[in-house]
Design a protein around this ligand. Sequence first.
Ligand SMILES: [Zn+2]
Length: 160
Amino acid sequence: MKSTEDILTILENVCDPEVPVLTIQDLGIVRDVRVISEKEVEVIITPTYSGCPAMNTISMNIKFELLAHGFEQVIVTEILSPAWTTDWMRESGKQKLKAYGITPPQYNTVANPRESEAVIPCPVCNSTHTTLLSQFGSTACKALYKCKDCLEPFDYFKCH
Ligand SMILES: [Zn+2]
C-alpha cells in the first residue's frame, strides 16, 4: 500500500493550470492526504482563491494523476477554513514564479500586512522603479505592473 509520502510525491506532478511552472505543492494548497485502502485515497486541499475557476481543473488533475498511479477511488475534499494565504507558498515556488516572469508575493501577510508599502521589483531586471498599471492582470489574483527601467510590463502575484 502506498504511504502518505508516496502520495505527496505523486502530487508533485500536478501543476497549477494558471501558472504551469508551479505545482500544487509549490502553492501549498495540499493540506492533508489520507490513504484509505490500496485503491482508495482522499486528498484535502484549500483553494487559493474562492471561486477561482482553476480549482476545478486542479481537482480533476489530482484525480487523473492518482488514477494513473493505480488508485480507483480518489476523493478530493476542499476545506475553506483557515483560508489559503500566499504565506503558504513555498520559497521554491516563489523562485519559479520569478523565473517565469511574475513577481512573487513580496511580504508575509501575518508579519507585515501592509501591501501598499511594499516595493514590487521587476522580475526581469530587479529594478524597484516600477509602477502599477492595473490592479488586475491576466487573472484576478495578479496585478499588472510596468518597469520604468527596462520598460517591461509584468504580472505581480498579489499577497492575500
Ligand atoms: Zn525591469
